[in-house]
Design a binder for this molecule. Structure first.
Ligand code: SF4
Ligand code: SF4
Length: 305
């Protein structure tokens, strides 16, 4: 099993989705199980707009000692998304290069995403594929949980399929999961939910091959080496995803981004970029990706013998 559950640092699980998908049920099952196993648990949730199809999220933190009920940005060990765009929205809360991402590929397009009011209006929905996301995270799984649940006879059990998937990433025995699951589902649906749970678990243990990659737009990559800090910073801008909203340009503390003549963000002063990642976090279209690599060779040279 993967995620630490017995060290001093708490394990952080973030569950996200939209109203009516059962985010809170997943969160409650996990919190209860952690409690039963003797951990200190803190759970918090936001679900105010749930009835209008709005976003719902819940933080679950458990460990020997947990002080705060909310997970700091960038500290999520496991992100469970019941809806694809919600998963993408919260992606930057995952631990960089280490976190586990589990998401339903189900897309729920909110009414306000229409860009105009005409018949056949274009919808604004993220274009990132499962492959795009899996390449960004420590471990990534994108499954069509809603379709899998429909095959079992109830699409609403998609949340239990995701719960089963989550169970593969935590060190609790299968029987304990199933026992707690039974407490939180209507008695008549216990058998179906158990089946859904096992299906999600099995999917993650034997994930199918990802579909072949479509021709993806290649990002423009700017690489800058900073010998003084032995780091190479790479800033990638996928130009076809940039809608020229100007957010990154306005928010860059180093003022090193600008919109070019085609109203696409471009790095105008690479030497000034500190790889703070603010532009990556704020870009609503995931058009920017920033990575900083330590120069291994240089670092080795500096090591005392
Ligand atoms: S990483 Fe930070 S400094 Fe570099 S371009 Fe983005 S916002 Fe500016
Ligand atoms: S924030 Fe994203 S979409 Fe907006 S200008 Fe910058 S790169 Fe383009």
């Amino acid at each position: 099993m993967n995620v630490i559950s017995d060290q001093m640092a708490p394990t952080n699980v973030l569950i996200v989705g939209v109203g009516g998908q059962g985010v809170i049920m997943v969160s409650k099952v996990l919190a209860r199980l952690c409690q039963v196993k003797g951990f200190q648990v803190k759970q918090s949730e936001v679900h105010g707009m749930a009835k209008r199809g709005g976003g719902v999220f819940s933080h679950v933190r458990f460990g020997q000692q947990v002080w705060s009920p909310t997970i700091p940005k960038g500290e999520v060990d496991i992100l469970v998304a019941l809806e694809w765009a919600e998963g993408l929205r919260w992606l930057n809360h995952l631990k960089r290069h280490q976190g586990t991402f589990l998401s339903d590929t189900q897309q729920i397009v909110p009414p306000f995403s229409c860009r105009d009011r005409k018949r056949g209006a274009r919808l604004a929905y993220p274009e990132e594929t499962a492959r795009d996301v899996i390449e960004m995270v420590g471990k990534g799984f994108a499954l069509d949980a809603t379709e899998m649940a429909s095959e079992l006879g109830n699409a609403k059990a998609a949340n239990t399929i995701l719960l089963g998937a989550l169970s593969t990433a935590l060190d609790f025995a299968l029987d304990d999961w199933l026992e707690v699951l039974d407490e939180f589902v209507p008695p008549k649906t216990k058998a179906l939910n158990r089946e859904a749970f096992l299906k999600g678990r099995e999917w993650v243990e034997n994930p199918p091959e990802l579909p072949p990659e479509d021709d993806k737009p290649a990002p423009a990559v700017h690489r800058v080496t900073h010998p003084e800090i032995q780091e190479t910073i790479a800033l990638e801008i996928t130009e076809s995803w940039c809608k020229g909203c100007d957010i990154c340009v306005k928010m860059c503390p180093q003022r090193c981004l600008a919109l070019n003549g085609a109203q696409v963000a471009t790095l105008t002063d690479p030497d000034a970029c500190t790889a703070c990642r603010l532009c990556e976090w704020l870009c609503p279209d995931f058009a920017i990706r920033v990575t900083a690599e330590i120069e291994e060779a240089a670092a080795t040279l500096e090591k005392p013998q």
